[in-house]
Design a binder for this molecule. Structure first.
Ligand code: C2E
Ligand code: MG
Ligand code: MG
Length: 693
């Protein structure tokens, strides 16, 4: 130890030692940073970083060694062999690169120790090959104990450095301690190895290289070493900048809406939670404004999606201009936007709302179009209307739907009395979505009978929903909701399949009537579905009748007529339901030949009380006769109504008097109980009249 200290103090030039130390310290700091980068990279990138780190580490060790050698005071002539010098640099670069690779090859301490040992060995190899290049005009005696000690020191300290650097703990001392151990490794190795060397000059008085030359060479070496480090630092900085850029781009991609640059739904939801928490603490109010464009679909349909995108971008920029920097604005998707404004009291909202409405309704001029889209806006306030983010958004949406429904130019504020009805409808829609899968639907059947003979000629399938909480929900309540939310196609398919399958189990061959909704008729696959269901269930087509309202036909004028013709061509009959309540009845009749007209129960309920009702019934019966289409009267509740219809020559009737809708299981109980009747007499007026009274 003393010998080493003596070697440093007496045999070396102090300024050179200081310069060597600075180069060594700076180099190891760069090396540890780059090694850290290599650790966080994968595959080829990791190999690239290992190589760069190896070059920097090699250059650091090599420069430190040569600057120290320039500070070695020996009074003998000395030359430096260029080939061996370059070889010593190669040895240390290759050795440290391999060592670094080993240290990173596995995540255990063993790999760190092995890699560190290799780096330590490479440093020692560099020293001794470097010394071989330093050819002295004298006798050199190597003290083996110092040679061994220097090598062991190098291996041990380097292993310790890599155990620290590869450690899993991410404390702030890990890199400085690792760098310190590396400096200690390089320094102690060099000076212990220098202590091992005993020089005896061949000729006394030889001074070797001039001191100025040595200083110049040392400075040049330091400069070259630093250049290598600067290159590595630059590479690391470029890499960090590139990574930061791509991270920012990725984050923007995840957080922002690509088209408008506004916040997207998920980042808005997150920000809303944070703002609510802050408002709760500070006791401030927030206003959530739900915005839905009114005529955006028209732009898309008429001018294409590109124009639609441009309109969205223009409107987003306009909205953004109207917002204060502390407010939030987001595009939730499609033509839906949302704004969050902080306010002291509700009156402060008037001006921003007016500005937003003006921005949305002002015409937009693009190259290909000029349009004014307009929007419906709904506002919900925190804490007055809701305390949680979900409820606040929901209430703002409800208010916005009301604005849209009522065609309001002004924003609507959430009003529990007006909006709760819509919320219930939405909840119903949610439950409806699951109802088919949960088996909550059931069909009831209501008889349709011949007025003249009293025989049952068919049964109308009527849908029932057994809601797990609300109990039985009437189809007049849930079918419009299912229609509105596009669920009727799926539900209708279930009804058709169930009704046809049920009808094949009946002990008679009467017709089953299935109601078809406007959306179903609008679905191009309806006729194929009917054909498929008939095939699957084996029900003969003439036993199936579908019922449609005039509204359904008017909503699907051209395609609807074609679909009906296809269905009729299969042999299925088509009835016009609720006749007289829709519009354009005669026009519909002219364009399509129905197999039956079902006169709405509204006219029947007034029969006997009002002369006009009888006049309408007569007119419809006359129309049917003139077109050879049988008429069924709906909603027969009294014997008087039935008598009038019989007198007027109505063909068929349906109503509580003749039989209420009942489940399949109860449908034929009377018939089974009266086995003596002929098949076509099953379910004549008698038993149903008994059942209905
Ligand atoms: P609808 O097709 O006109 O069916 C006749 C409705 O009148 C049934 O109501 C039936 O229970 C009721 N009704 C029958 N006789 C009488 C009577 O004497 N007096 C009174 N007041 N009502 C009578 P329900 O079952 O409530 O169905 C109502 C409507 O819901 C149906 O009117 C139909 O438009 C629709 N609907 C029912 N099931 C389905 C279905 O599976 N698909 C489709 N798309 N609509 C259906
Ligand atoms: Mg019907
Ligand atoms: Mg009807």
């Amino acid at each position: 130890m003393l010998a080493v200290a003596r070697c440093i103090a007496v045999e070396h030039d102090l300024p050179m030692i200081v310069l060597a130390f600075l180069v060594c310290a700076l180099g190891t700091v760069v090396v540890t940073q780059m090694f850290e980068r290599a650790r966080s990279s994968k595959a080829m990138t990791c190999m690239g970083w290992i190589f760069l780190t190896g070059v920097t580490a090699g250059a650091t060790v090599w420069c430190t060694h040569f600057i120290s050698m320039m500070g070695y005071k020996v009074n003998v002539g000395a030359r430096i062999d260029p080939v061996l010098t370059v070889a010593s640099l190669m040895v240390v670069v290759a050795g440290t690169s391999i060592g670094l690779w080993v240290a990173l090859a596995g995540a255990t301490t063993r790999f760190a120790i092995a890699g560190g040992a290799l780096v330590g060995a490479a440093i020692a190899a560099m020293h001794f090959s470097g010394m071989a290049a330093y050819q002295i005009d004298g006798l050199v005696d190597w003290r083996m104990e110092y040679v061994v000690a220097s090598t062991l020191l190098s291996v041990a300290l380097s292993s310790a450095a890599f155990v620290v650097l590869c450690g899993s703990r991410s404390g702030r001392w890990r890199l400085p301690v690792g760098a310190g151990l590396l400096v200690a490794c390089i320094g102690s190795m060099h000076f212990t190895a220098m202590t091992a060397m005993q020089v005896e000059a061949f000729a006394a008085g030889e001074t070797g290289m001039e001191s100025d030359d040595k200083h110049g060479l040392a400075l040049a070496t330091a400069l070259v070493g630093m250049l290598a480090m600067a290159l590595s630092i630059t590479a690391a900085r470029i890499d960090r900048r590139t990574r930061a850029d791509s991270f920012r781009r990725l984050r923007d991609f995840a957080m922002k809406d690509c088209l408008t640059g506004l916040l997207n739904r998920s980042s808005f939801n997150q920000a809303l939670e944070e703002r609510l928490a802050a408002a709760r603490k500070a006791g401030t109010k927030l206003a959530l404004i739900a915005i839905d464009l009114d005529r955006f679909k028209e732009v898309n349909d008429l001018h294409g999606h590109k124009a639609g995108d441009q309109v969205l971008a223009v409107l987003a920029a306009r909205l953004q201009q109207q917002m204060r920097s502390e407010d939030l604005l987001a595009r939730l998707g499609g033509d839906e936007f949302v704004a969050l404004v902080e306010l002291g009291d509700r009156a402060q909202l008037d001006a921003p709302l007016r500005r937003l409405a003006a921005a949305l309704s002002a015409p937009i001029s693009l190259e290909t179009l000029t349009a004014s889209v307009g929007a419906s806006m709904g506002v919900a306030l925190y804490p007055d209307d809701a305390q949680t983010a979900d409820l606040l958004s929901n209430n703002a949406d409800l208010a916005m739907y009301r604005a849209k429904r009522e065609g309001m130019q002004e924003p609507c504020f959430y009003d529990p009395q007006l909006d709760e009805f819509v919320r219930r409808k939405m909840e119903l829609a949610c439950d409806l979505r699951l109802a088919v899968g949960r088996g909550e639907f059931e069909l009831h059947y209501q008889p349709q009978s011949s007025v003249r003979t009293g025989m049952v000629v068919g049964y109308e399938a009527l849908l029932r929903w057994n809601h797990p909480v609300l109990g039985r929900v009437s189809p007049t309540d849930f079918i419009p909701v299912a229609e509105e939310h596009g669920l009727m196609v799926v539900i209708g398919e279930w009804v058709l399949r169930r009704a046809c399958a049920d009808a094949t189990t009946w002990p008679c061959s009467r017709k089953v009537s299935v109601n078809v909704s406007p959306r179903q008729l609008g679905n191009p696959g309806l006729s194929a579905l009917v054909e498929q269901v008939l095939r699957e269930t084996g029900l003969p087509p003439h036993r199936l009748e579908i019922e449609l309202t005039e509204t359904a036909i008017m909503q699907n004028r051209e395609r609807g007529m074609d679909t009906l013709r296809h269905i009729q061509a299969l042999g299925v009959s088509v009835a016009l339901d609720d006749f007289g309540t829709g519009y354009s009845s005669l026009e519909t009749m002219r364009r399509f030949r129905f197999d039956k007209i079902k006169l709405d129960r509204f006219f029947i309920s007034e029969l006997g009380d009002r002369e006009q009702a009888l006049a309408v019934v007569r007119a419809v019966l006359a129309l049917g006769r003139s077109m050879s289409i049988p008429v069924l009267a709906e909603g027969i509740e009294t014997r008087n109504q039935l008598d009038i219809l019989r007198r007027e020559g109505c063909e068929e009737a349906q109503g509580y008097l003749l039989g209420r809708p009942i489940p399949l299981a109860s449908l034929f109980v009377h018939d089974v109980a009266r086995p003596g009747l002929p098949a076509n007499a099953i379910g004549s007026f008698g038993p149903h009249l008994v059942a209905a009274t």
